[in-house]
Design a protein around this ligand. Sequence first.
Ligand SMILES: [Zn+2]
Length: 328
Amino acid sequence: MSNFNRLLFIVVFVGTLCLSHKYTKPKVVPEPPPPVITEPVPVEHGPYAITHQVPTKFLSYDEVVERLKEWHKEAPEITEIGVSGQVQSGKDVYYLRIGTPGKPKLLIHSCIHGNERLAAASTLGIMGTMLHDYKRDEQVTWLIENRDIYFVPVFSPDSYLRNRYIEGEDPNRRWPYPGSRADNQATPIKVMQAFFLKHKFVGAIDGHTTGRDFFWPSIARGADADNLRRLAGEMSDLARYSPSRVGSRPAGYAIDWYYWKGAVAILTEFGSGSHDQPRSAIEPEVKRTYKAYLHFMQEAPKIKLDPSRLAEKVPYSGGCNRNSRPHF
Ligand SMILES: [Zn+2]
């Protein structure tokens, strides 16, 4: 090998070594696996597209049940549909629960008197508006996340749209109170009493027509009466209604029983004039009472009732006042 060839060989050999060293891939060190996330990722619900908010007509009982099912389908995360019991005909008494389990429980029903159709329509309108307002209105969002509200828009399916009376009795004159005899209540009353005692509601509204009033229980005394009068007054200011005690003495009203059993209870008289209000009365009445109902949901659980009201004493005279004063 000549000197030139020897030099060329060395240059090529060294060059090849350098290049092969330069382009050797570095050893790949695997990256550590990502940390396992054990905390559940919160799922955002709402706002919801609610097809029907305020009823534009008076719904039959079957249509009411369909509406509750539709709402549950449209807002499944914040609602539950269920049955509180069966009335004499075998029909189920449906409720729609709106809110968050574990939060203070409220009961809002209407049409204990079946012929007071504006009461059921207004209660449905309040429900539909709340579902629409979730994640659109700050107060409603807070209420749905901090209250557990059971709505029963039709208390008495067998008399709904037909009759004030059920099983021959006025169903808002047959509830026991301290000192009364607990005799033969109509089936829907027994259903609702069992439902109330099962859930231990801390607040209740009983919706009727008419008069544009918010009443507080007749048997409340002392600080309880002051608190309930104040709440009815605040609700009245919001709805331009009138606050009043439901009577000077008990007469078998649902709200007296609810109060006796531990709930802040209010009776609503929706609308003015006759019980046969036109369908055009529904939307204005919902608008008028909506904020008052929201106020009740917010405030009722904050009122601490006097436990001495639970004493089984006989402070009142007279029995159930069967069919007197057919106003409430
Ligand atoms: Zn009534």
